[in-house]
Design a protein around this ligand. Structure first.
Ligand code: ZN
Length: 275
């Protein structure tokens, strides 16, 4: 799933093309993709988008008259692309805006399952839709992070991914961040000392900034992730083969030397725990 660095890189790419011309035609939209019907999509036609904004892993496109907000959540397989006038647009978009002059904003989704969503909302509706999200992960800082980790006792990997606590991090960047912070994915948040909280806050910023910089240059997953999905490959910091473990419904990647003091983490899949 695209996370904060990927979404922020797309936001920066999309801000100019989506605001260059008024919307000529809103739609088509796949029935499973469009989550709202009032206001209707046609309410966008004739209006201009002001820019592309982002909140956590969601993109927001406010109209320049301040009346409407188009909200997009790509989930795992959704992709959003600006297609210039005369450019080749995908044949069956999940959602599309066509601008005056012929350029397009196109949402596609690989696979049969339609999970990505598009909402057309009033600014108040958009605010309510986003109200459950925690503060933005990038620039969180040790003070705010300290408050979050002490609020309740959570495994660090799960805490970082919980959008209600911190917005923008998913499993890939949780793996990268915990490796850089040299903290175990299973460590309990309430056990962290002050110095570890400072280290974790610094790792969140360092990794998300590293990711954003690479994604803005169009770097692939291979060129971006140093820990995520690299089972058995040497740790970039110490050379130890990286390990993986199943936790709840996720696979976590980690370095047993840098992060867990040589300990191998035990499988804690939900299906096993519930047996
Ligand atoms: Zn290591």
């Amino acid at each position: 799933m695209p996370e904060l660095p990927e979404m922020e890189a797309w936001r920066r790419q999309l801000a100019d093309p989506v605001s260059a011309f008024p919307i000529a035609k809103a739609g088509p939209a796949h029935i499973a993709t469009l989550k709202t019907f009032d206001p209707p999509l046609s309410a966008l036609e004739g209006r201009r988008l002001r820019t592309a904004d982002r909140r956590g892993k969601r993109l927001l496109f406010p109209t320049d008259d301040g009346d409407l907000v188009l909200l997009v959540h790509l989930m795992t397989a959704g992709r959003l692309k600006a297609v210039p006038a005369g450019g080749r647009a995908p044949r069956s978009p999940a959602f599309q805006l066509e601008f005056e002059g012929g350029s397009k904003l196109v949402l596609t989704e690989a696979g049969k399952k339609k999970r990505a969503g598009v909402w057309l909302l009033t600014p108040e509706g958009a605010e309510a839709e986003l109200a459950h999200l925690g503060p933005e992960a990038l620039g969180l800082g040790p003070e705010q992070l300290g408050e979050i980790v002490r609020r309740e006792s959570r495994r660090l990997h799960a805490l970082l991914r919980d959008q209600r606590l911190i917005a923008g991090i998913g499993r890939a960047w949780a793996n990268e961040i915990l490796h850089t912070a040299r903290l175990s994915p299973y460590a309990l948040s309430t056990d962290l000392g002050d110095e570890e909280v400072v280290r974790l806050a610094a790792a969140i910023d360092a990794e998300l900034e590293r990711g954003l910089e690479l994604r803005e240059r169009g770097a692939s997953d291979e060129a971006t992730y140093r820990v995520h999905r690299r089972l058995g490959q040497p740790c970039h910091a110490c050379g130890t083969p990286l390990a993986q473990v199943d936790f709840e419904e996720h696979t976590i990647y980690y370095c047993p030397d840098c992060q867990t003091g040589g300990r191998v983490l035990k499988d804690r899949r939900l299906s096993r725990l519930l047996r």
